[in-house]
Design a protein around this ligand. Structure first.
Ligand code: NAP
Length: 286
């Protein structure tokens, strides 16, 4: 089956389904040159979506992304950033947004997310997001780390139903969102952006990468376990994934995971090893 490259947002915008995360980039784990080369390898291969946040390295990830995208066609890119909860109110949100735009070297974001819920009322954040949209500084806005109860509350706020995406932790070994959040989001036309789709290279769940079922499915596809984790998340066509890598080799391996279609037998084996939830579970977060 051919990979479905985009998902349609509630305003009709097509958002790429596979992008690049940037947490910990720009923080010296590798040289800036290597990390910029990794992001550019992705862009050159066809990746259009980049996820970042004002929080990441106190803006250093956004600055690194700004360097990486310099010279690329802005219109082809889909840039997502996030505002700290304590900045998601009147006056402050605009300042945060303008600082993110400056670091990224662009004049609008495709998507701006509330990073997680804080004490500023949702209605105020929605107003600020809508004002930024009206002024052309963002094309869309969404939320992150919202569970079902939060989404329902958001949708009761005036304009809250314009929320375009919800970004939550989701990977093969953390499937709690499948119980009632994903069905609710599906019914309301809100796609999920899956963060930590690789369970941070497996470190979030011991035994995940070495699991016999994961390894067997990987071998059957001539793929790596990491690519199978990604293919698992992307099996749903209302799911967006933003794996992060600081190396070109891994960025390209992740991009190539679009070519993997898991069979019913693969999915049954993965389900056996990492069952879907049968009751409500607390939202997993990083
Ligand atoms: N909204 C939120 O609250 C929130 C929270 C967490 C993350 N996020 C976003 O989601 C993105 C992804 O999550 P994440 O960065 O925490 O974790 P992740 O993408 O699940 O895993 C990243 C780790 O996997 C390794 N890796 C990547 N591709 C690989 C491959 N093909 N083979 C082997 N190893 C590979 C990376 O190392 P190498 O650099 O060596 O490849 C890195 O150690 C973040 O970067 C961020 O943009 C959002």
């Amino acid at each position: 089956m051919t990979f479905i490259e985009t998902v349609r947002l509630n305003d009709g915008t097509l958002m790429p389904r596979l992008g690049m995360g940037t947490w910990y980039l720009g923080e010296g784990r590798r040289s800036a040159r290597t990390e910029i080369a990794a992001l550019r390898a992705g862009l050159d291969a066809g990746v259009r979506l980049i996820d970042t946040a004002e929080m990441y390295g106190d803006g250093r990830a956004e600055s690194l992304v700004g360097e990486a995208i310099d010279g690329y066609d802005r219109e082809r890119l889909f840039l997502v950033s996030k505002v700290y909860p304590h900045n998601a109110g009147r006056g402050k949100l605009r300042r945060s947004l303008e600082a993110s735009l400056r670091r990224l070297g662009v004049d609008y974001l495709d998507m701006y997310l509330l990073h997680w819920r804080g004490s500023i009322p949702l209605a105020e954040t929605v107003d600020c997001m809508e004002a930024a949209k009206a002024d052309g500084l963002i094309a869309n806005w969404g939320v992150s780390n919202f569970d079902t109860v939060d989404m329902k509350e958001l949708f009761r706020v005036p304009g809250g139903d314009r929320c375009a995406v919800n970004q939550d932790l989701y990977h093969l070994a953390s499937r709690g969102v499948e119980y009632d959040l994903l069905p609710w989001m599906h019914d309301h036309g809100v796609p999920m952006m899956a963060y930590c789709p690789l369970a941070q290279a497996g470190s979030l769940r011991r035994g995940l990468v070495g699991n016999a079922a994961v390894r067997k499915v990987a071998a059957a596809h001539g793929a790596t376990p990491m690519q199978i984790l990604l293919a698992f998340v992307l099996r749903r066509d209302d799911m967006i994934a933003i794996p992060r890598s600081g190396t070109a080799e891994h960025v390209l391996a992740n991009w190539a995971a679009r070519d993997i279609t898991l069979t019913d037998d693969d999915l049954a084996a993965l389900d056996d090893a990492f069952p879907a939830p049968t009751s409500k579970e607390p939202l997993d977060m990083e």
